[in-house]
Design a protein around this ligand. Structure first.
Ligand code: NAD
Ligand code: DAU
Length: 342
């Protein structure tokens, strides 16, 4: 199969490309189209550079000429499947400035879809990677795929725009679109601005862990390998025009995750620093995953084992995260000040 993966230099995209090569070997060819924003790290996939079935295209999904180049595939013969991971992905950054979020997470999706339509490409699948955040927050129960979308922050509002644009191309033009809405991922190569890698790397450095608000917000944690396997499953067995929730089934309060990380690293609870709350902070995310299970896929990774494995990965890959943290020191200082003042 010939894949076009966008955002493949980021966290989930790089894990997905590695997953494809491990599972399909030379039967898969992958073009990785990535803009290399602050979150894109080309070296994440250094092991595949120079291989005949992998091609990195440095470009922007919102630029038609970059998109046209990537759709050519690794050898000019085109692609069968598009998986669009490319996005601005961090909620705190969207609260500070949403413009890039709209540009990439809405307009970028349009440009990717529109190229396929105008060029009359016969794709097998176009997978739009959406998020559980598009539903908004839920106190009790779980969201099903037919629940209304009520995004509550600029990131999730732009993701909802991309999600519905992809759906519209399925309905209007018959494009073979599948939309996936996954819960909070964790695992190797996650940028250390997100809760788990930020707290693990801060704790390793004996720096404080800035827990927002009362620390009782709930997220449903999904190990990135399960997410990759679910996407691969849906490419093979999903139904076009359908939306699928992908949840890990591991709902935890943030404070529980925080204590677990400290325990695994044998660090004191005194490192926890309760800071002001995120503006519009969603209280709880929860997904009903019966549709995906009925199709034949269930996430089955043990959460505690996966968290331990993830923490170990950060211990073993200090140069990787330290370089990023040094580059982003100014950004962190800015956010620390903002949260301290709330
Ligand atoms: P990430 O921030 O780690 O990576 C995003 C990647 O997209 C980076 O490599 C970046 O350079 C690239 N990118 C950004 N703008 C681009 C553009 N205009 N053109 C091309 N490339 C661009 O993000 P992630 O956590 O790996 O998330 C990947 C996708 O999964 C996103 O669409 C996100 O909304 C979705 N998602 C993430 C989670 C999660 O918990 N991380 C959960 C559900 C859904
Ligand atoms: O639910 C899926 C979404 O999960 C994805 O669509 C997003 O791309 C991804 O960033 C993630 O969004 P969250 O806002 O849930 O993730 P984040 O890691 O930023 O925060 C997780 C929880 O931890 C949230 O309740 C806020 C809290 N938090 C986060 C940070 C960074 C803290 O308490 N302190 C922090 O420093």
């Amino acid at each position: 199969m010939r894949y076009l993966v966008t955002g493949g230099a980021g966290f989930i995209g790089s894990n997905f490309i590695r997953f494809l090569f491990k599972k399909y070997g030379d039967d898969a060819s992958v073009v990785n189209l990535d803009k290399l924003t602050y979150a894109g790290i080309r070296e994440n996939l250094a092991e595949y550079e120079g291989k005949k079935n992998y091609r990195f295209v440095h470009g922007d999904i919102a630029k038609p000429e970059d998109v046209a180049e990537a759709y050519k595939g690794v050898d000019g013969s085109g692609v069968d499947v598009v998986v669009n991971f490319a996005a601005e992905s961090h909620v705190d950054r969207s609260i500070d400035d949403a413009a890039e979020f709209v540009e990439t997470d809405v307009r970028g999706v349009l440009v990717l879809l529109e190229h396929a339509r105008r060029a009359k490409l016969s794709l097998r699948r176009f997978v739009q990677i959406s998020t559980d955040e598009v539903y908004g927050s839920i106190e009790d129960g779980s969201f099903t795929e037919t629940d209304p979308l009520q995004p509550r922050n600029p990131y999730s509002a732009s993701k909802a725009g991309g999600d519905r644009m992809a759906y519209a191309y399925a309905q209007t033009y018959g494009m073979p679109v599948i939309v996936t809405r996954a819960s909070n991922n964790f695992g190797p190569y996650q940028y250390p601005e997100k809760l788990i890698p930020l707290f693990v790397t801060n704790a390793l450095d004996d720096q404080s862990l800035p827990l927002y608000g009362d620390g009782k917000n709930i997220r449903d944690w999904l190990f990135v390998d399960d997410h990759c396997a679910a996407i691969d499953f849906l490419i093979e067995h999903g139904t076009n025009s359908e939306v699928y929730n992908i949840g890990g089934g591991n709902e935890r309060e943030n404070r529980e995750i925080t204590h677990k990380i400290l325990e695994l690293l044998n660090k004191p609870a005194s490192l926890i620093k309760q800071v002001g709350d995120r503006q519009g902070h969603d209280r709880r995310y929860s997904l009903d995953t019966r549709k995906l299970e009925a199709a034949g896929f269930k996430c089955d990774t043990n959460f505690d084992a996966a968290l331990e494995k993830t923490v170990q990965w950060y211990i073993d890959h200090e140069p990787w995260w330290r370089a990023i943290k040094e580059r982003s020191a100014e950004y962190r200082a800015f956010y620390e000040k903002q949260y301290a003042n709330r």
